[in-house]
Design a protein around this ligand. Structure first.
Ligand code: HEM
Length: 353
């Protein structure tokens, strides 16, 4: 948690740079229209490249763009009939996937090699990659716990898992704040009370209870990951249905999150106060909120994601009021993660005199 608090400074710095960009675009009346979903994708890629790789945004951005293209390509075949041998055939799509994958691996390998080359002077680094290298490549180099390929795979997971999901959480939070202006006011009051006008610290962010509830309700109604899968490790029974070992089960998070039996008659309504007594008491089951999954393979980045979201939302509320642009079209689209198909155009107005 201490390391996370230190990372809050990086998060706030990245958010601060984005705000300066917005300010620079404002007209004479102090307002500007911006597609927030696009800006948040850049912001969270920026945050994860600094906190995970400590690398410059330019290096990280290249990995991010190639990785995003890979994600779209991979998802485009998900609903096709799956014939195992197909992924080994040199089809046009597979050739593109292989080329992109090679590019991502080479870029990540260069970042890692750079880190290893300077480790005697600068150490492995105080970021997620540095911590991983330190843990996995001991001094004697005889028995590293992870191979280069495995470290690259872990980096890819961090990059993918750590920026897309977080950017969609920010996007849907801003959507709900703009469509619930009274909540926007309440949250701004809380932020100004706990953080003032300065850069919010980790301790200040931990005091933002209303912001926390608002984020949890956003995660319920617009869970960035809308379904996950698990393979049955043995024969079992679920809700009276026999499931043989090896069966792949899909857990429909989005459906469970709007189930009236779990959340009550108001399941489809936006009500952050349902989280007033904590996450485990909000629904009829203590694990009803599944946005970060549950159990041993649940999200390891959930505290990171929540503090990042609080830092960014707090900085925005301190400086801007905002309302949805008339151009906005409500079309949530599920491409591995849930995003607004046509972006989130928002009109922002500076609160500074
Ligand atoms: C709002 C933001 C986020 C959401 C909604 C989210 C959601 C999830 C979910 C649902 C899983 C389980 C996937 C499965 O079981 O198939 C997961 C796993 C994971 N997440 Fe996140 N995540 C978020 C942010 C992050 C961040 C910021 C990081 C890293 C800094 C991260 C790293 C990971 C990793 C490494 C796993 C795999 C854990 C394992 O397999 O043991 N996530 N996430």
């Amino acid at each position: 948690m201490d390391k996370l608090k230190m990372m809050t400074v990086t998060m706030s710095d990245c958010a601060g740079s984005m705000m300066s960009e917005w300010k620079a675009k404002m007209d004479k009346g102090g307002s500007v229209e911006i597609d927030l979903s696009h800006h948040f994708e850049e912001l969270t890629a920026d945050v994860i490249s600094h906190t995970a790789f400590g690398s410059s945004y330019e290096q990280g951005k290249k990995v991010f763009l190639a990785q995003r293209e890979l994600q779209f390509l991979a998802f485009s075949t998900v609903f096709n009939v799956q014939i195992p041998a197909f992924r080994y055939l040199p089809t046009e799509k597979n050739l593109k996937i292989w080329k992109l994958d090679k590019e991502v691996r080479t870029m990540l390998m260069n970042i890692i090699k750079g880190r290893l080359a300077t480790k005697d002077i600068m150490g492995y680094g105080n970021d997620l990659l540095g911590l991983m290298l330190e843990a996995c490549a001991p001094e004697d180099r005889q028995n590293p716990l992870l191979s280069m390929d495995e470290i690259i795979d872990e980096c890819k997971t961090f990059f993918f898992a750590g920026h897309d999901t977080s950017s969609h959480l920010l996007t849907w939070t801003m959507f709900l704040l703009s469509t619930h202006p009274k909540w926007q006011e309440k949250l701004r009051e809380e932020v100004l009370r706990e953080c003032g006008n300065g850069v919010p610290t980790g301790d200040m962010l931990n005091k933002l209870q209303l912001v926390n509830m608002f984020l949890l309700e956003t995660l319920r109604l617009y869970a960035p990951v809308s379904a996950i899968q698990r393979k049955a490790g043995s024969d079992l029974e679920v809700g009276g249905i026999k499931v043989p070992e090896g069966t792949v089960l899909t857990i429909p998070i989005a459906t469970i999150h709007r189930d009236k039996e779990v959340w009550g008659e108001d399941a489809n309504e936006f009500k952050p106060m349902r989280f007033e007594n904590g996450v485990t008491r909000a629904g009829k089951h203590p694990n009803a909120l599944l946005s970060f999954s549950s159990g041993p393979r649940s999200c390891i980045g959930q505290n990171f994601a929540m503090i990042e979201a609080k830092a960014v939302i707090a900085v925005i509320l301190q400086r801007f009021s905002f309302s949805l642009s008339p151009k906005y079209v409500h079309a949530p689209m599920d491409v591995i993660t849930l995003r607004p198909k046509f972006g989130l155009p928002m009109v922002l107005k500076s609160l500074e005199m």
